[in-house]
Design a protein around this ligand. Structure first.
Ligand code: RIB
Ligand code: NA
Length: 323
């Protein structure tokens, strides 16, 4: 049976500039190349789950403009249900201004500036229909690119019907303790974890100080979150579930073309895997492979892998490991 996943979240049209160097104040420089791709954390996670076999419904707002049309079409093409995407006549579609710093012999780095536009005009009334419908879903995925009061309404509906909720806490934003206790999964990176807990996770090129990860995860667990997944970029990922800790290293087998949407790919894949009945360990591993493929390709949604692409990479890496 296909897992049923609901994503209430954002749409951004990503305007991607590849450059050797980021301009300084008052400076004009010439970059390498420009492209556009559908993005937004909500839409990315919806597409990732759908490409991996979930039945996905996306709820969110776009503007009444060409970006809104293109972003809705991108979700349809990935088989996401787009019946609940609202077109706002008064606001522009969200945009992600992405700069990719490309240096020979170095991993490509990104910087993202979002202009959320129509995403922030979503109001609790727009999602009121979910009060009764939410029980149809196996899991709900939220991020922080739509108003907090909309997320809070969705969490309340889901919690009252016993539907698990994943919060991908990006970009960073405070969450009240009462709301926090209703999350089944929360997935911050080290920076978001610091903003929410005040605990600094030490993870750098020399490795991870696990005691700092445990302290930060413990903060969430103490406040009622059931599972905490801390993503640490090239240092991998640590999941705290009950009194178990699961660690998975970053899979370093591809050239980094564009790290954009790696986190979204991870979250979409993890949730799909869990809803399909995979163990936490296997879901973390599967999601790590999905994210690896995502960093090897340009653009957010165009870079997200299908199930067979993830399976193929896992197979080839594991076969090499045995030789
Ligand atoms: O997580 C990556 C996404 O964040 C990009 O697609 C960009 O639009 C921002 O929302
Ligand atoms: Na990418």
């Amino acid at each position: 049976k296909k897992p049923k996943i609901l994503v209430v979240g954002s749409f951004m049209m990503d305007l991607i500039s590849r450059t050797d160097k980021v301009p300084g104040e008052g400076e004009t420089i010439t970059g390498r190349s420009f492209s556009t791709a559908s993005g937004g954390k909500g839409a990315n996670q919806a597409v990732q789950a759908a490409l991996l076999g979930a039945e996905v419904t996306m709820v969110g707002k776009v503007g009444d403009d060409i970006f809104g049309t293109l972003m809705t079409e991108a979700l349809s093409a990935a088989n996401v249900n787009v019946d609940h995407i609202i077109k706002d006549k008064s606001a522009a579609s969200g945009v992600g201004n992405i700069t990719l710093e490309v240096r020979d012999g170095q991993k490509t780095k990104n910087r993202i500036l979002i202009l959320p536009g129509a995403n922030m005009t979503l109001v609790p009334g727009d999602i009121e229909f979910l009060r009764n419908e939410i029980s149809k879903y196996d899991m709900v995925i939220l991020q922080n690119e739509i108003p907090a009061e909309v997320n809070e309404a969705v969490i309340d509906f889901a919690y009252s019907k016993g539907v698990p909720v994943m919060l991908n806490s990006a970009p960073s934003r405070p969450v009240s303790q009462e709301i926090m206790s209703k999350f089944t999964y929360i997935s911050p990176n080290e920076h978001e974890a610091f903003d929410m807990t005040g605990i600094k996770i030490v993870a750098d090129s020399s490795g991870i100080d696990f005691s700092t990860v445990k302290n930060a995860a413990g903060y969430f667990l103490d406040r009622g979150v059931k599972n905490v997944i801390v993503t640490l970029g090239s240092n991998g990922v640590v999941m705290a579930t009950g009194d178990r800790y699961i660690f998975h290293p970053c899979i370093d087998v591809v050239e980094v073309v564009d790290p954009t949407a790696a986190g979204d790919s991870f979250v979409g894949a993890f949730c799909t895997a869990i809803c399909s009945g995979m163990s936490e360990e296997n879901a973390i591993e599967f999601a790590s492979y999905a994210a690896t493929i995502t960093v090897s390709r340009l653009g957010a949604q165009p870079s997200l892998p299908t199930y067979s692409e993830v399976a193929e990479l896992m197979d080839s890496v594991q076969r090499k490991g045995q030789n």
